[in-house]
Design a protein around this ligand. Structure first.
Ligand code: ATP
Ligand code: MG
Length: 575
């Protein structure tokens, strides 16, 4: 590609609405442009990266035995009503009406459509296992679109769906995808980790997220220092309900109301009563679907809404607003307590066995001391309802845990029969018995992965692209565009590299060397070839790797072969 005839509009300035580095660099390097909130045009350089990413995914999916299809983006509402998701998918689902006033939506995911296809076409155990995938545009009307391609509203996803006759075969399909994903992200040069995850609105029983490790990631993760356990923070199990030693035994003391005027926060309360936060119980009021539920956690613990939702088997869980808190507790926000509360009550495991603790008094400016379960109130169920904390240990081996942040680039789920049951996708087994098909689903965010790669690979001057997803493999910079020898050398190498099918960008613009260097740094092509008058006179040119600070001089006549060796080494390092 000749730069002068191409379209890479670069910016010096950092765009004001781009908060994270990958978003800033994708705009500045001329890869993407925003049309409106969460919706982007891929410019030629950005599209090249996206296409390369798609091809890596395609190769590994095909290698894993998955078969490519392409499903429609617009889906009939009826199918979503059949699966039951029309009513609870929420406002992320972009819904509209067609000219016949029928409900339609723009697909945020394709479980319904693929299950509809499969229930029509697959009837026998002989047709399975099968895994169908597509690379396609999705729409999710995200509440907070941000970070460029990381969290768009319109974005490209690879989604695959497996269909199996039994659990064992379904587990194998899941493992095959787990391995394919590992290959895909390794080939992109990413530092990542697969973590256990919640299944969210896609549903199903079991899942892993592939997290690219980055401080700017929206997801929090934990992993064990000792064993392979790793999980999304919202999912990480808490094993040991830690009960403070002085709370385990002893008598139940007499209840005591304490006036706590103007005290709102846990810190204020603990210092006022001269107790530690683990002697206190927080009572949080939630609306779970249509029910009011009180959830109790210890003062030093965080209630985990995802765990609460799963524990209650609810579709949605939301903190109650001020008026509902007042209505339920009879007191303003901040004074809720379990005694006499008219709501379903659930509690975190850590509360089991606590004695003589402090709670809100369900009256303004009142707390109660020496509260005890059983004597003063009853809990309907105990469960693992809190977020793991730095004081906890690994739920598997008891080892030390580490906290980190990540960007979720891929997500694999065991769906079981959730969709096949709802949509009646059944088959006849070897004995002629009708059974529901067992499903799995597997997504990768194509643009998000490219953005995550930039988030991990950049410096102050720009992107340092991992070669497999770099728009170009080599950039040639002729420094003096009015010197025939310079141009001839650059053109010769350009032609030789093109002959070897290398993605090469020849910066033939009549621009100052400084401008060319800056743009080359910004776009982050892994190998740069500098053709300058001084060197050319000595039969030499310079090769500089984007990831290294030093350059080497090589004989111009050997340059093409040396460049190809360098490229091979880069690809080999990612195998
Ligand atoms: P998140 O928790 O980040 O919203 P999700 O759990 O909703 O993601 P999935 O439904 O599992 O995502 O979608 C599969 C993949 O699609 C994700 O792993 C991610 O890489 C990508 N993805 C999801 N939402 C977006 C988005 N708004 N913009 C870009 N990519 C996305
Ligand atoms: Mg989402």
């Amino acid at each position: 590609m000749r730069y002068s005839k191409y379209f890479i509009p670069t910016y010096k300035e950092v765009p004001s609405d781009a908060e994270i580095i990958s978003h800033q660099l994708m705009i500045r390097a001329g890869m993407i442009r925003k049309l409106t909130s969460g919706i982007y045009t891929y410019l030629p350089a950005g599209l090249r990266s996206i296409k390369k990413m798609e091809n890596i995914i395609r190769e590994e999916m095909n290698r894993a035995g998955a078969i490519e299809v392409l499903m429609p983006a617009v889906q009939p509402g009826e199918l979503w009503q059949e699966s039951g998701r029309w009513d609870y998918y929420g406002r992320e689902l972009l819904r509209f009406k067609d000219r016949h006033n029928r409900d339609v939506c723009f697909g945020p995911t394709h479980e319904e459509v693929i299950t509809d296809l499969v229930r029509r076409e697959i009837h026998s155990y002989k047709q399975m296992p099968i895994n169908l995938y597509q690379i396609q545009t999705k729409f999710r009307d995200e509440i907070r679109p941000r970070f460029g391609l990381m969290r768009g509203r319109e974005f490209i996803m690879k989604d695959a769906y497996s269909f199996d006759v039994d659990e064992e075969s379904a587990n194998r399909s899941y493992e095959i995808m787990h391995e394919a994903y590992t290959k895909i992200f390794q080939r992109c040069g990413l530092r990542f980790r697969a973590v256990e995850a919640d299944t969210g609105s896609i549903g199903g029983s079991y899942s892993h997220e592939f997290m690219v490790l980055a401080d700017t990631g929206e997801d929090q993760t934990i992993n064990c220092v000792n064993c392979p356990y790793a999980a999304n923070l919202e999912r990480a199990e808490v094993k040991t309900p830690h009960v403070p030693p002085d709370m385990k035994s002893g008598n139940m003391n007499t209840l005591e109301s304490v006036d706590t005027p103007g005290i709102k926060t846990i810190e204020e309360l603990t210092s006022f009563l001269n107790i530690s936060p683990d002697q206190l119980i927080k009572t949080l009021i939630f609306v779970a679907d249509d029910d009011v539920v009180a959830a109790l956690v210890r003062g030093d613990h965080e209630l985990n809404e995802v765990k609460l939702k799963n524990f209650l088997g609810a579709q949605t869980v939301e903190l109650a607003d001020v008026s509902l808190v007042e209505e339920t507790t009879g007191a303003p926000m901040g004074f809720a307590g379990p005694i006499g509360l008219k709501a379903r009550m659930v509690a975190d495991n850590a509360i089991r066995g606590m004695k003589n603790f402090v709670t809100g008094g369900n009256r303004k400016d009142v707390h109660i001391k020496n509260v005890n379960i059983g004597r003063d109130f009853n809990v309907e169920n105990f469960g693992d309802l809190r977020t793991i904390s730095p004081h906890d240990t690994c739920p598997r081996c008891g080892g030390e845990i580490q906290f980190g942040r990540g960007i979720e680039v891929g997500h694999i789920f065991k769906l079981g029969i959730k969709y096949s049951q709802a949509l009646k996708a059944v088959f006849l087994d070897e004995q002629g018995k009708e059974k529901p098909i067992i499903m799995g689903c597997y997504g990768i965010g194509v643009g998000r992965t490219v953005a995550a790669a930039i988030e991990q690979n950049h410096d102050k001057d720009g992107i340092i692209f991992p070669i497999p997803i770099s728009p170009f493999e080599v950039t040639i910079l002729p420094l003096q565009m009015h010197e025939t020898t310079v141009i001839e050398t650059a053109e010769r190498i350009y032609a030789e590299l093109l002959d070897h099918d290398i993605d090469v960008l020849l910066d033939d613009r009549d621009e100052r060397a400084g401008v060319k260097f800056k743009d080359a740094d910004l776009l982050g092509t892994p190998v740069r070839v500098i053709v300058g008058l001084k060197g050319v006179k000595k039969g030499q040119l310079e090769i500089k790797m984007r990831a290294e600070s030093n350059s080497i001089n090589v004989p111009a006549k050997d340059a093409s072969a040396i460049i190809r060796e360098k490229l091979k080494a880069l690809y080999d390092s990612l195998k």
